[in-house]
Design a protein around this ligand. Structure first.
Ligand code: C2E
Ligand code: MG
Ligand code: MG
Length: 446
């Protein structure tokens, strides 16, 4: 094995990588973040590199150094004797962040690798597993990553993240048919959660959050089926369904005299489709909702996959009058420079920083800095995951523009939201006490 942390040319054994994974697993037991293991197979245009050849050594060195420069100091990169490259991430919040990191690593390997006599285009394949959910022993973790690497080698998507048992349920062929069916029948339904202006404590908009009412398994939360919908391409019709239904609902609220805006989440795969701007224009026309009443939430990783192309698509949609927000801000790895180039008007600070803002000094410093950064760039800043009055107060003190979270209201179905919106404007806090008694989140997982 070849640990490139300090000196990319110093050789060590596979055993050291295993030891580092074991140590990371032991220390992760005492902290909330998770540990991830990634195995990379490096092919040249679909052909495996000739093992131990000069070119394979050159490729391994360049790949290791590029990966090293894109990771944190605490992470490990190792060239294994199998010819694969192993990466150990010491601290990830979950599968979503893991996917962000993988996209970033793929991006840094996209440029051809210069060798002495030519340059090589590498088509890496990645298998990944997370601890503790995919196994708590080094053996389990490496085995899962290895199996997923084999899957990634035959898939369109160049990486595969191991699925936990519940996710596996959702990934079976049978469920794929069921999700397809769920989109055309009535099994998907929408919930709405208000964003609240922190100074006036008034509702400014509603985020649309999809749920699946499965006939046998009950309510399935999006974190369990959206990654699957993305892998199978079902995310495209699903997003159009969400957009259509929520715009129709928005129109119904307007007809009732309730002046609301909605925010719909987009996946990175939606931004890949060239038809999206035209489809959004047609949906706005058909439902009669003004574009100012629609916001689209995108994540940092969806921008980083192909920034130039994404900026073009976003600009086309922006020219319709639709606004954009960057969701889960702070969890991705995007360069701040992109913030100034994107047609976005808002950033939403990820809830992981807000949930412990009252007890964790680091979180509160980060939140304050993001708010200042956003304001200096002329952006509105929204805090997600406001769960209590103390967080609300702190964020008000930081001049954060808006908040979203259980403190104000859980995601609820349209009828309950109509009731919430129809109450007198000053009632957000009164309704909060009502919510605390009766308005439980639909998903116990949250
Ligand atoms: P998100 O867009 O960041 O949505 C916020 C998530 O935080 C929601 O989870 C919401 O229920 C939860 N939340 C709200 N307030 C609080 C709080 O005070 N405390 C805590 N702990 N959590 C809170 P949900 O609905 O399970 O959605 C999870 C993610 O699934 C969303 O994260 C979004 O990325 C994705 N998603 C949801 N609906 C759609 C959709 O229609 N399309 C796409 N592409 N993604 C969606
Ligand atoms: Mg969102
Ligand atoms: Mg979010």
């Amino acid at each position: 094995m070849h640990d490139t942390r300090s000196d990319p040319n110093s050789l060590s054994s596979d055993a050291e990588f295993t030891l580092q994974v074991r140590q990371a697993l032991l220390s992760a037991k005492h902290t909330i973040p998770k540990v991830a293991v990634l195995l990379f197979a490096l092919d040249n245009d679909g052909n495996a590199l000739v093992p131990h050849s000069e070119s394979s050594r050159g490729v391994h060195n360049s790949v290791s150094m590029r990966l090293r420069s894109a990771l944190r100091d605490s992470d490990t990169v190792a060239v294994l004797s199998s010819g694969q490259v192993g990466v150990l991430l010491q601290s990830v919040s979950g599968a979503q962040e893991l996917e962000h990191v993988i996209n970033r690593l793929l991006l840094c390997l996209a440029e051809p690798i210069p060798l002495a006599d030519r340059s090589l285009v590498i088509t890496p394949r990645i298998g990944a597993a997370l601890a503790p959910e995919h196994g708590e022993s080094v053996h389990d973790l490496l085995e899962h990553a290895q199996k997923d690497l084999a899957k990634a080698k035959t898939a369109i998507q160049p990486y595969s993240i191991h699925l936990s048992p519940t996710q596996n349920l959702v990934s079976s062929r049978q469920w794929m048919g069921e999700l397809r069916q769920a989109i055309v029948s009535d099994q998907l339904f929408l919930t709405y959660q208000p964003k609240v202006n922190l100074r006036h404590q008034e509702v400014t908009g509603l985020e649309v959050l999809v749920r699946w009412q499965h006939p046998k398994h009950g309510i399935v939360v999006p974190d369990h089926f959206i990654p699957f919908a993305e892998r199978t391409g079902l995310i495209i019709p699903m997003t159009l369904w969400v957009l259509q239904q929520s715009l129709l609902q928005c129109r119904a609220w307007h007809d009732l005299g309730l002046d609301v805006s909605i925010a719909v989440n987009l996946s990175m795969w939606n931004l890949e489709t060239q038809e999206l701007p035209g489809q959004i224009a047609a949906l706005l026309r058909d439902t009669g909702v003004s574009p100012e009443n629609l916001e689209l939430e995108i994540t940092e990783s969806s921008i980083m996959s192909d920034p130039q192309r994404v900026i073009r698509t976003l600009s086309q949609i922006r020219s319709l009058g639709v606004r954009f927000a960057i969701d889960d801000f702070g969890t991705g790895y995007s360069s701040f420079a992109y913030l100034t180039k994107l047609p976005v008007s808002c950033i939403k600070i990820d809830k992981s920083f807000i949930l412990n803002i009252d007890t964790d000094r680091d979180s509160s410093v980060i939140v304050r800095s993001i708010i200042d950064l956003g304001h200096n760039l002329g952006l509105k800043v929204v805090a997600e995951g406001v769960e209590n009055a103390r967080a609300n107060e702190i964020l008000q003190g930081f001049q954060c523009d808006e908040g979203q979270g259980y403190h104000f209201c859980c995601p609820v179905v349209a009828e309950a939201m109509t009731e919430f919106l129809s109450a007198p404007p000053s009632a957000v806090t009164e309704q909060t006490s009502k919510k605390n008694e009766n308005w439980q989140p639909l998903d116990p997982a949250h």
